[in-house]
Design a protein around this ligand. Structure first.
Ligand code: UDP
Length: 332
């Protein structure tokens, strides 16, 4: 297949590119490198099947790149909670306008499959765990809202224009090359940089909260499985099948801890009900946390470039989080 990956120089995107090339497909990457890094593709060398375009998904100049493409994977987006609260407009432009632009290019090119990276953050603080796709959608900050609206556009393009599209709601994806950029974000980058620097792990609350940590190669497999299938217009959870506490993660990483305050608007548990994707696509995850963490520790040097988050820096970086989400508790 001729495939196109937006956000292909990002964390998840670069693993999807690995997988597509390994399966013998050709890959066109579009990435504006705002948070993606071309170095994420360096290990591939310069394979014949790969072309990389540093371009923004809102640039109409990308349209010709969709010519003769069979499968489109749309992963390009701005991530993270705090900057989305501080700068909602760039998030809207990247995650909503950008998604509509990619949908329109895909539609014009008559692509065979379109797979969208949706976010489990749409569930906010869910009433039910494991959480099924039918749970009420309660985005609690602009990032979650923009990914949810992007998903609604994707499903609408499937309905109205018969674009053969599906959406995958990803739960806490982790693995080698997880992002190291300047903003305070996903826990693995924070903890691995702390481990390298010999600093204590900043555990939120009592560390008994749990997350459905899903290994990135399993997620890449879900994308490829969804593309190879003919289900249209459905959204499906992608999770590990388990949920793991932060304290368990600390045990696996090994090292001293310091506790920081529980953050408003954070669920105590994320845990995907994966019945739908198992039923529709026959997909399930293979990599458990023990194996996944070991794979990251084997590549820990990657996080030498990551910022070191101390208690004071986290307090400073999350002040808008507490300010704006402070009144969103359970039952919102
Ligand atoms: N977490 C933590 N210390 C940190 C950052 C995160 O203990 O410095 C915890 C956080 O409370 C949550 C988990 O790690 O339970 C995952 O956090 P992340 O921000 O990666 O994802 P999300 O909370 O959006 O699921």
């Amino acid at each position: 297949m001729r495939t196109l990956v937006t956000g292909g120089a990002g964390f998840i995107g670069s693993h999807l590119v690995d997988r597509l090339l390994a399966d013998g497909h050709t890959v066109v990457v579009i990435d504006n490198c705002s948070t993606g890094r071309l170095e994420n593709l360096d290990h591939l060398g310069k394979p014949d099947g790969l072309t990389v375009h540093v371009a923004d998904i809102n640039d109409p100049g990308i349209r010709p790149l969709f010519k003769d493409v069979d499968w489109v994977f749309h992963l390009a987006a701005l991530a993270d909670i705090v900057p989305s609260i501080q700068m909602p407009l760039p998030y809207h432009r990247a995650n909503v306008d950008g998604t509509v632009a990619v949908l329109e290019s895909a539609r014009a090119a008559n692509v065979k499959r379109f797979v969208y990276a949706a976010s489990s953050s749409c569930y906010g603080i869910p009433d039910t765990v494991p959480t099924p796709e039918t749970a009420e959608l309660r985005p609690l900050y602009p990032y979650a809202l923009t990914k949810m609206v992007g998903e609604a556009y994707v499903l609408h393009w499937a309905q109205t224009y018969k674009l053969p599209a599906v959406a995958l709601r990803l739960f806490n994806v982790y693995g080698p090359r997880s992002r190291t950029s300047g903003t305070y974000g996903a826990v693995f980058g924070v903890f691995l940089a702390q481990k390298l620097a010999g600093h204590p792990f900043t555990v939120v609350g009592d560390g008994r909260q749990t997350r459905d940590f899903t290994f990135v190669t399993d997620v890449a497999d879900a994308f490829v499985t969804a593309a190879a299938h003919d289900i249209v217009g459905r959204t499906m959870n992608v999770g590990s099948g388990k949920t793991y506490s932060i304290n368990r993660l600390i045990e696996l990483l090994g090292g001293p801890v310091v506790h920081i305050p529980k953050r408003p608007g954070e669920p105590d548990t994320t845990f995907a009900d994966t019945t739908r994707i198992e039923t529709l696509l026959g997909w399930h995850a293979h990599v458990g946390l023990e194996q996944g963490v070991q794979a990251m520790l084997d590549h820990i040097d990657y996080w030498r470039a990551a910022p070191l988050w101390t208690v004071a820096r986290i307090q400073d970086a999350t002040s808008d989080w507490f300010k704006y989400l402070g009144n969103t508790g359970d039952g919102v």
